[in-house]
Every structure is written in C-alpha cells, then in structure tokens.
Design a protein around this ligand. Structure first.
Ligand SMILES: *Cc1c(COP(=O)(O)O)cnc(C)c1O
Length: 264
C-alpha cells in the first residue's frame, strides 16, 4: 500500500459521503414508491473549489451556493481546475438570499437561481441578462443560456413574531399569495425561464407538513405554467420527507461534505 496523500483522503471521504446520500435517496424513493429520481444538487458552501473538482470527478453535475461573495471566485477557480483535469464543470445553482445589486454577478456563473422572492429581483435579473446578451452580441463575453428561475416560497404559516430567528432560509421566500404575480413576471421576462418553486422547511414544524404545502403550491403553479415543474426542497435533515412529497431537486450539503465550520 502506498501512503495516501491528504487530497486523496479528502476525495475518498467525499466519495463515501456521496455514496451514503445516494443510498438515502434510493431508500427514500423505494419507500415512497417513486420510480423517478430527484436530481441531487450538492451544496458546496464553505468548502473549497478542490472539493467541487472531486465532486465533478465523481460524476456530480450540479452544485449549490448561497452567497455570491463566496460562489463567484469558487466558480471561477473550479472552471480552471476542471479544464486542467478535463472534467466537465458542474452547473451552479444559486440558492441563497440575493440582493438585486448582485444579480449581474450571479448570472456570470449560475445556471439557475432558486431564491427569486420579489419582483424587483426578477427585474434586476432580467436587466442583467439583457446587458449580458448585448455584450455577447458584440463579442465581449460568451453567450449564455437563459437563466432558470425558481420562486422561493415561504411555507411557514406562523406569524413573523412566532418564528425562530435562526437557521437557514428563515427570512427568505415570497408569501404563497404572491407566487402567481411573481410567476407571471418571470414568464414574461426575456431570457428568464420560469422553472418552479423552492422552499426551506421552517424550523419547529414537521417538514412533511411544510413540503406538502409546497407541493400543493407547485401543483397550482403548474396549472398555468406547465414548464414550472421543478420542486427544489430537502436538505440533509429532511431529505426523506422531501422525496416523499415529490421533490425534483434535493439540496444536500453536510451529509456529503461534512459539517460546516459555521451556519451558512
Ligand atoms: C446550506 C443549504 C442547504 C444544505 O444544507 P445541509 O443541511 O448542509 O444539507 C440547502 N439549502 C439551502 C438554501 C442552504 O443554504
């Protein structure tokens, strides 16, 4: 046996984490009687570009990040590492709260934004895509695909003052009654593609209940917009409930890459 290099150790650890999560997904699909497979987005926040390269080598096609400040340099570094290693770089999904002034940065690397939660952000993304298309037309930058947009919906039925203030996604999401207007605005915007809904299960509520609410809103959205067929929900703690409720995209971080140093 040759002595293992730390990078090889890390890569083996990631492979094991990935295999473990694929096993959870298989078991959850079997339990739910699902024959289709939700897509796995590996959430790489707080982990380096080298980990994303390891994931790409292991066949991961989709990764997620929640902060532009971190994602932007990481996507660039990953592109370089993947080109060097001749592996296909994964698609980037932006899954965190997004300030409108960051829209122009995010569309440089993200294939999809899962956290569209207000009309001003739709307008900012559309404007950024417009500027990008003009620059592409003059040969300044490469052309890019239309941007996949998911509406983040707030499925917490509690009054704001009764909600826990910590945790992921606690402040994000459009009110369910605002979804139709947001959907119409995305659908009408050139270069934006309305693709579905995203939610984060609120803390202190049974996730099955929250995901059922999201699935119901998704069915209603698809009535008028059949192309909006993605339902992005399910993290490390609630993957099984999300699969059972019909998630099409799972966003899993810590169960694959290990615990993060801080809550992000
Ligand atoms: C961090 C994050 C995840 C992944 O969470 P884990 O518990 O590490 O699986 C999923 N969705 C969003 C929006 C996140 O910020």
């Amino acid at each position: 046996m040759t002595e293992q290099h730390p990078a090889a150790d890390r890569s083996a650890e990631i492979a094991a984490g990935l295999e473990h999560v694929h096993g959870r997904i298989e078991a959850a699909c079997a339990a739910a009687g699902r024959t289709d497979r939700p897509r796995l987005i590996v959430v790489t926040k707080t982990h380096p570009a080298e980990d994303v390269l390891s994931l790409a080598r292991l066949g991961v096609t989709d990764v997620g990040e929640n902060r532009d400040q971190e994602a932007r340099p990481k996507a660039e570094a990953t592109a370089g590492l993947c080109a060097e290693a001749s592996v296909t770089a994964p698609a980037w999904h932006f899954i965190g709260q997004l300030q409108s002034n960051k829209a122009k940065h995010v569309i440089r690397y993200a294939a999809a934004v899962h956290s569209v939660d207000r009309e001003s952000l739709v307008d900012a993304l559309a404007r950024a895509m417009q500027v990008r298309a003009e620059r592409a037309a003059s040969g300044e930058v490469p052309a890019r695909e239309d941007l996949d947009c998911l509406i983040q919906v707030d499925v917490d039925p509690r009054e704001p003052e009764d909600r826990p203030t910590d945790g992921i996604g606690g402040r994000g999401g459009a009110a369910p009654e605002d979804v139709p207007a947001l959907a119409a605005r995305i659908a009408a915007a050139p270069r934006l593609r309305l693709r579905g809904l995203m939610c984060v299960a609120p803390r202190g509520i049974d996730p099955a209940e929250s995901f059922a609410r999201a699935a119901d809103l998704s069915a209603r959205l698809r009535d008028g917009h059949p192309e909006a067929d993605r339902l992005s929900m399910g993290m490390t703690a609630d993957l099984e409930e999300a699969v059972a409720a019909g998630a099409t995209h799972l966003r899993i971080g810590s169960d694959i890459l290990g615990r993060r140093a801080h809550l992000g």
